[in-house]
Design a protein around this ligand. Structure first.
Ligand code: GLV
Ligand code: MN
Ligand code: MN
Length: 412
């Protein structure tokens, strides 16, 4: 079967999606359920319908576009990624996997392929944790990892509940219906930019992902006592920000102490109240992210951070409360999907290497309900979550081509 991938169409589609953003190009900001996100979704639905796919959305807003196979009762082959984007990010994270999958399906249809199992493109809702503090909301619920009861307590920073926000966006069904029945997918495969430098540095065209690192995120609220920055003398202070600063340094120390290159920690969100140079911080909200390929080692770091919070609270007379937003196990990819990806890359004569994913992806949760693997393409300088994120048209086309062959093999 001759598979003709239209690389120019992938680039054009990614450029079209990039127009739906709340910040000026090249920066992309597309927060879940925002108007930009809703407009991007409407555009994507049109493209899926134009490709001849049957489109549906679930009660959360996960988007499914199906090419019915000759055995519709067999578990479908799923593929896709996300279109939401963190503030001030780039145009390829997630979108490359959605548009690449759409192009792969278009090419298979054009080639006259007849799937036995149905092929289904997914655009997961809220892969990014920007709005509700927890990543992979869509795939967490699809896989039953996040129950509808636990989803109901989620709120955004404006204190709006997930339930209220999804209703306002037009998704009014029962959240309990988002979890898919067992066997719905027979396999899942996600195309994504690498978000790291290895493929580019080694001059290898593709990465076949064999495992995904274990992510965790904590919210730490530190309360002290506010006051006048000139009048309150240093010995009397209970400065919440200084407590937060000590905790941030303790996170770095705990991570470095593992001695493992695979352990990483980031304090990426600090909100200081009341947030004025001449007012002593009375309250700080700190959100931090810790990841590792080794679950026990990651958990040991979380334990050290918890001890550090207690020590800082005692030393500085602060109240410190920490909440685990998520603490997920790593995923091992499905050997049959890995083999299908490798066979497809070999068949196309495109170089590849096996690798782990240090970023999390919806595949982390899809792997809990179906054999799952991922295909990485290089991105310039390994840069991601930045406006200068970039992927070469040839690499995007290679990814779509190998994905198409893989989907064909899995759906036959
Ligand atoms: C996904 O965006 C991640 O933070 O790994
Ligand atoms: Mn991302
Ligand atoms: Mn992503």
């Amino acid at each position: 079967m001759q598979i003709d991938i239209n690389g120019a169409r992938i680039v054009a589609d990614l450029n079209s999606l990039a127009q739906f953003s709340d910040t000026e190009p090249p920066s992309i900001t597309r927060i879940v359920y925002s108007e930009s996100d809703q407009r991007a979704r409407a555009w994507l639905k049109e493209q899926c319908l134009a490709a001849g796919l049957a489109v549906r959305e679930d009660a959360l807003g996960n988007l499914f576009a199906r090419w019915q196979g000759s055995e519709p009762d067999s578990g479908a082959v799923g593929t896709g990624s996300h279109i939401d984007a963190i503030p001030h990010s780039g145009r390829y994270d997630g979108t490359a996997g959605v548009i690449g999958a759409l192009e792969a399906i278009r090419a298979l249809r054009q080639a006259g392929f007849k799937p036995r199992k149905s092929l289904e493109l997914l655009a997961f809702i809220s892969e990014e944790p920007t709005r509700f503090g927890i990543g992979c909301l869509g795939s967490r619920m699809i896989s039953g990892t996040l129950t509808h009861e636990n989803a109901l307590v989620l709120k955004d920073r404006q204190d709006q509940s997930l339930d209220a926000v999804r209703h306002a966006a037009g998704f009014t069904g029962k959240l309990a219906s988002v979890k898919l029945p067992a066997g719905y997918y027979s396999s899942f495969v996600e195309l994504h930019i690498e978000q790291g430098p290895i493929l580019e540095q080694e001059g290898v065209s593709l990465g076949v992902v064999t495992s995904i690192a274990a992510p965790a995120a904590l919210r730490v609220v530190i309360e002290g006592e506010g006051g006048h920055a000139g009048a309150v003398l240093m010995p009397q202070r209970r400065d919440a920000f200084l407590g937060a600063a000590e905790i941030a340094l303790a996170v770095e120390a705990a991570v470095l102490a593992t001695g493992a290159i695979d352990t990483v920690g980031t304090c990426g969100l600090v909100e200081v109240f009341p947030g004025l140079a001449n007012s002593i911080p009375s309250r700080v909200r700190l959100e931090l992210d810790v990841r590792d390929t080794d679950l026990a080692r990651r958990n040991a770091v979380l334990e050290k951070i918890s001890l550090a919070c207690d020590a800082v609270a005692a030393k500085r007379k602060l109240r410190i409360a920490s909440t685990t937003l998520n603490a997920d196990a790593p995923a091992s990819c499905g050997p049959e999907v890995i083999a299908a990806l490798e066979d497809a890359a070999k068949g196309e004569g495109i170089s590849y290497r096996r690798m782990i994913s240090r970023a999390y992806h919806d595949s982390l949760f899809m792997s809990r309900i179906a054999p799952t693997a991922m295909l990485f393409i290089p991105c310039k300088g390994g840069v991601s979550h930045r406006p200068d994120e970039d992927a070469a048209p040839q690499d995007l086309a290679n990814g779509a081509r190998v994905l198409a062959r893989t989907l064909a093999a899995l759906a036959s």
